[in-house]
Design a protein around this ligand. Structure first.
Ligand SMILES: Cc1cc2nc3c(=O)[nH]c(=O)nc-3n(C[C@H](O)[C@H](O)[C@H](O)COP(=O)(O)OP(=O)(O)OC[C@H]3O[C@@H](n4cnc5c(N)ncnc54)[C@H](O)[C@@H]3O)c2cc1C
Ligand code: FES
Length: 284
């Protein structure tokens, strides 16, 4: 697992104007929520969540944000990249009725999760939010799964204005019964949902901007949840201490990045601040 593997980029998909998915042909032993450390040996090694992982390939979905990711965006299929991992904790795979709430580049790891949950027999509802329709990630991929799927944008260009949290709030408060996605009539409950068929979730998963998860937390009530958190990572194997969170001092690269409700609730920095490479606090 700590062994570095160098591979050619097998496939590059343009998801949005500033997000691309990079696929590598390699048998990776990874679970949803885990991440890899990726480098091109030209400066820096950075963590990215696994957005899909099948028998012989895996993918990461990357937002262009700074020096490393900009360089990554200039790569072509066939170029060499090197990675180590997969690292970190993973999401609990439930076989009950579950709700997945995503925003930004937090959505792709939830796609990997949704596939594994379905395999385990869970009934999966996904809420996917973005600023605009153009920014919506993995929309087509989710529509192909046998799930209940709700997409929503802040701009309202899909018909209604909202965020993934505003939709999740209604679902969690039992106000909204999602209709089956058009074209997904194979779902066992397709056409059978009505007022008598209220949603009642056993487990909640979220990934995305920390502010989004902080907002979502207000509506979680008694439901058990796991959130995927990010902190500045250097070693990714629990040695440097750069990714620890206050006040527990747990290392997000080892005990996280997926944290259970019981831990999230104890974090005084959750939704408030994170630290940069030098350990300096940065507000969200
Ligand atoms: C567990 C985990 C999973 C992640 N998954 C994804 C993903 O699936 N897709 C994606 O696009 N991004 C993901 N990130 C964030 C990604 O690592 C940063 O966007 C990337 O490192 C930015 O590097 P840069 O040189 O382009 O930008 P920089 O200009 O160096 O940094 C821009 C911002 O990115 C963050 N960042 C930079 N370096 C690191 C680092 N070593 N560790 C953590 N955050 C850093 C900081 O918030 C920083 O302010 C993840 C981070 C973590 C910790
Ligand atoms: S990144 Fe070094 S301890 Fe987590």
């Amino acid at each position: 697992m700590n062994k570095r593997v160098t591979l050619t980029i097998a496939k590059i998909e343009h998801e949005t104007k500033d997000i691309k998915t990079f696929t590598f042909y390699h048998k990776l032993d990874a679970r949803p929520g885990q991440f890899i450390m990726l480098t091109d040996f030209e400066g820096g090694e950075k963590p990215f969540s696994i957005s899909d992982c099948t028998e012989n390939e895996f993918s990461v979905t990357v937002k262009k944000i700074g020096e490393f990711t900009t360089r990554l965006f200039s790569k072509r299929e066939g170029d060499l990249m090197s990675f180590r991992g997969a690292y970190g904790s993973s999401f609990f795979i439930s076989n009950t009725k579950v709700l997945l709430v995503g925003g930004g580049y937090g959505v792709p790891p939830l796609y990997f999760l949704a596939k594994r949950l379905l395999k385990a027999g869970a009934e999966v509802v996904v809420v996917n939010g973005a600023r605009t329709e153009e920014d919506l990630l993995f929309d087509d991929k989710f529509k192909e799964l046998n799930i209940k799927y709700i997409n929503i944008t802040e701009k309202g260009d899909l018909g209604k204005k909202g965020t993934s949290v505003s939709i999740a709030k209604k679902l969690l408060q039992n106000q909204l019964v999602p209709k089956p996605q058009l074209g997904n009539n194979n779902h066992p409950q397709a056409g059978a949902w009505g007022r008598e068929n209220r949603e009642k979730f056993d487990f909640l998963y979220a990934a995305g901007p920390e502010k989004m998860m902080k907002n979502l937390q207000k509506f979680t009530g008694d439901i058990t949840y796991e959130f995927l958190l990010e902190r500045y990572m250097k070693c990714a194997i629990g040695i440097c201490g750069n990714c620890t969170v206050d006040p527990l001092g747990i290392r997000l690269c080892v005990e996280g990045p997926v944290l259970h409700k019981k831990l999230v609730e104890q974090l005084t920095e959750f939704g408030k601040y994170h630290r940069d490479a030098s350990g300096k606090r940065i507000g969200f």
